[in-house]
Design a protein around this ligand. Structure first.
Ligand code: ATP
Length: 283
């Protein structure tokens, strides 16, 4: 069967400007991925092999997928997204076949980035859980990566929340031998992410993103994005009683629509940092 890319990944139009709070991590990724994809001749000239595999690790929602998409887009590479758990097929050999299909497509359309999300789910440590299927998938992935030639212009990026949970064989030289941590943003980082997610959002003057950044300790990018969205929804709920949904929205109402500090405070009551949510579920 032909590998079919999920629709949402067909257009990877995310840019580096859409990523906030990762500091020089973006530069590290550019050096490891963009440079070899754009200018393989530099590596050739110096007689070194460019990296084949880069592992992004860090808590959920910090921007690993976003970063991989941005790099692909910025270096005009094809982007292939493999969701770890989803590649598990029901039938014998199906998962390996899917992996092979992706690699074949990526080679045909190079330069390409193959992004494997939740890689720990398909390549867990052997002594841990590995059943028959996982063993075969790991073996297949290793074979495919070992078979990639530097001049083929393909970089495989893996993402995981638990670096220590993946099979060590995957982290050997020539495989995922570069690792980049994508951490939880600090206050300045949160401020940057908030600025990105309120870019297209008219705000009243009393909204102080520094203040919002200060009170959102523990929020990751995905949480801050949810917070901004929720603040806008707060505003919408407030104007709803004044408008007749059957009619068009009057131009002046639309024009004066702005998200306020109060809306953000309201949103803060609804949106919790995802790390905290996980703890609460465990308790
Ligand atoms: P997971 O491990 O759950 O797949 P992830 O690290 O891949 O998480 P993303 O899927 O990249 O996280 O993030 C989800 C969404 O959260 C992004 O589409 C974006 O809207 C927002 N987001 C996350 N991190 C950032 C960031 N650093 N800057 C701006 N937005 C971010």
């Amino acid at each position: 069967p032909q590998y079919e890319e999920p629709k949402e990944t067909r257009r990877a139009d995310v840019t580096y400007d859409d990523i906030g709070g990762l500091g020089d991590t973006v530069d590290q990724v550019r050096e490891m991925v963009e440079l070899p994809l754009r200018h393989p001749e530099l590596f050739q000239r110096l007689g070194i092999d460019p990296p084949k595999g880069v592992l992004l690790y860090g808590p959920p929602g910090t921007g690993k997928t976003l970063l991989a998409r941005a790099v692909a887009n910025e270096c005009e590479a094809q982007f292939y997204h493999i969701a770890g758990p989803e590649i598990m097929g029901k039938h014998y050999g199906e998962s390996e076949q899917r992996l092979r299909d992706v690699f074949t497509e990526a080679q045909r359309n190079a330069p390409s980035i193959i992004f494997i999300d939740e890689i720990d789910s398909i390549a867990p440590k052997r002594e841990n859980v590995q059943g028959e299927v996982e063993r075969r998938i790991v073996a297949q992935l290793l074979t495919l990566m070992d078979g990639l030639e530097p001049r083929q212009n393909i970089v495989v990026m893996g993402a995981t929340n638990r670096r220590e949970a993946i099979d060590e064989a995957l982290r050997r030289p020539g495989r995922f031998d570069r690792e980049i941590i994508i951490g939880v943003p600090d206050q300045d980082g949160r401020r940057e992410v908030l600025a990105i997610h309120t870019r297209g959002m008219p705000l009243t003057e009393d909204v102080d993103l520094d203040e919002v950044a200060r009170v959102t300790y523990g929020f990751v990018g995905a949480d801050l994005s949810a917070l901004a969205r929720e603040a806008a929804m707060e505003r919408l709920r407030k104007i709803l009683p004044d408008i007749n949904l059957k009619d068009g929205i009057p131009a002046d109402v639309l024009e004066s629509l702005r998200v306020s500090r109060e809306d953000f405070l309201g949103a803060l009551k609804r949106v919790q940092p995802s790390a905290l949510r996980e703890i609460m579920i465990q308790v």
